[in-house]
Ligand binder design. Structure first.
Ligand SMILES: Cc1ncc(COP(=O)(O)O)c(C=O)c1O
Length: 445
């Protein structure tokens, strides 16, 4: 199929050559979804339709699309230094690490860059096991995730992830993990705005896991503090604090996967601030660069960093990494994005907008097939009833109709619709997102 864009470019959409991540099998008459341009709150299709973006691209274009200051920083960096050699660093990486450390809470001050959140999760879990090893506790290898969680596409991330759909095809290589129960119970929490009151006690399940495996075999617990690409699950009030104290009791490291929550989604630079809970490590993803270039990383506390850098001289500190991480162009994009977040006060803006957003989204309650709405920060999840024997089809159809008929980009994770607009979303656009989502839901009811 050939599509001719408004700017005259020709797109050859060859489905055989380009294997899109997570794409569904194309239907008989299915045509691929193609966008060819973006600006602020909108994507544009090759035939010129403006699509209102309620997903911040891949949940990371927090400053909006193609913002000029970031574009210009990328151009300038690419012209100046496009790639640092193996084991070298460069001014933009050093500057970005310092900027991130300055906005991260407490002694989360050491930034290890990766090229994605998936790599950040792999790195954090490897650091956790290596940290215990270096302290003479090499038996601490077990990793604890949580049911229904998503932690990226790496092997360790898939292992601690908690959905069968992401795990079942990949065999038995995920040994040595266990899972906390999901914090979600529709009967107890349906239609809660923000953090639900019920569920803090579910953190106590870590005691059960310790009783089964013994704490001397457990390296770390990893949780998304609130949001991921597959769900919006605000933590029950007090849940993360309880998890923190049980981890402390048994010397288990607590890792927050901040892939989607960091850099403003919850109204703060990091979820740790919103919940007043300090993890031992937090990951972050491409929202540090507003999604303009792939980048991610892990931020670790002093006690972990110090364990690795205590010598002897000239030995490799951490024998793992991604040689073209901290890529100069990504770091320049990150510095420009952080400037923009600060200049436009976008994190505080998200916090101010949160009640308006939540009221608007929860106004969808009562639509046909709608089972639950959850919201936190500038994000929301809408659960639709699955079609009988066709799990995920209604959600996918709603996403498809929203894009093709109502010029709205939303994301479907199974039958759950995920909304996470760029943080620059206007109040009128919040209304537009909700109206168009309602039309899409009705269209597939
Ligand atoms: C919580 C969480 N962790 C990790 C990832 C992996 O991110 P990436 O796809 O950028 O590697 C995602 C992706 O959606 C996510 O939501």
């Amino acid at each position: 199929m050939t599509i001719i864009a408004r700017n005259g470019l020709i797109f050859q959409t060859d489905l055989d050559a380009f294997w899109t991540p997570f794409a569904s099998n194309p239907g008989q008459n299915g045509s691929p979804s193609v966008v060819s341009r973006a600006s602020d709150m909108h994507y544009y299709t090759p035939d010129g339709r403006a699509i209102l973006d309620a997903t911040a691209g891949a949940f990371c274009a927090n400053a909006g699309h193609c913002r000029a200051p970031i574009v210009n920083a990328i151009k300038a960096q690419a012209a100046e230094l496009e790639l640092a050699p193996f084991r070298f660093t460069h001014p933009s990486a050093i500057a970005l690490a310092n900027r991130i450390a300055a906005v991260a809470p407490s002694d989360l001050t050491h930034v290890y860059f990766t090229n994605s959140s998936s790599e950040a999760v792999e790195t954090a879990l490897k650091i956790a096991i290596a940290y215990h090893n270096l302290r003479g506790e090499g038996a601490r290898q077990r990793l604890i995730g949580r049911e229904s969680a998503y932690h990226g596409a790496g092997f360790a991330g898939t292992a601690v992830g908690g959905t069968a759909g992401h795990r079942k095809l990949f065999g038995t290589v995920f040994a040595g993990v266990d899972h906390l129960p999901s914090t979600y119970d529709r009967d107890k929490q349906a239609f809660t705005q923000g953090e639900p009151e019920w569920g803090a006690h579910l953190a106590e399940d870590l005691e059960r896991i310790v009783a089964v495996h013994d704490c001397s075999t457990i390296a770390a617990v990893i949780v998304e503090p609130a949001v991921s690409a597959t769900d919006v699950l605000p933590p029950p009030i007090g849940y993360l604090k309880r998890l923190r104290s049980i981890c402390d009791k048994y010397d288990i490291l607590l890792i927050f996967d901040g892939s989607k929550s960091a850099f403003g989604r919850l109204g703060y630079a990091f979820a740790a601030e919103r919940y007043d809970v300090l993890p031992d490590m937090t990951t972050f993803g491409s929202s540090v660069a507003s999604g303009m270039v792939p980048i991610g990383g892990v931020i670790v506390r002093d006690k972990i960093h110090n364990t690795f850098v205590r010598g002897p001289d000239d030995t490799v500190v951490l024998d793992q990494g991604y040689p073209i991480s901290a890529h100069p162009v990504a770091c320049a994009a990150g510095l420009a994005a952080l400037d923009l977040y600060e200049r436009e006060d976008l994190f505080a803006r998200a916090l101010r907008l949160e009640p308006i957003w939540a009221d608007a989204v929860h106004g969808l309650k009562g639509l046909p097939t709608l089972l639950d709405i959850r919201s936190v920060g500038l994000s929301a999840a809408i659960d639709l009833a699955p079609k009988p024997d066709a799990r995920g089809k209604r959600g996918f159809a709603a996403m498809d109709r929203a894009f093709r008929d109502f010029d709205l980009l939303l994301h479907a994770a199974g039958d759950t619709l995920i909304l996470m607009p760029p943080l620059i979303v206007g109040e009128a656009q919040v209304g537009e997102i909700v109206d168009k989502t309602a039309q899409a839901i009705k269209a597939v009811a």
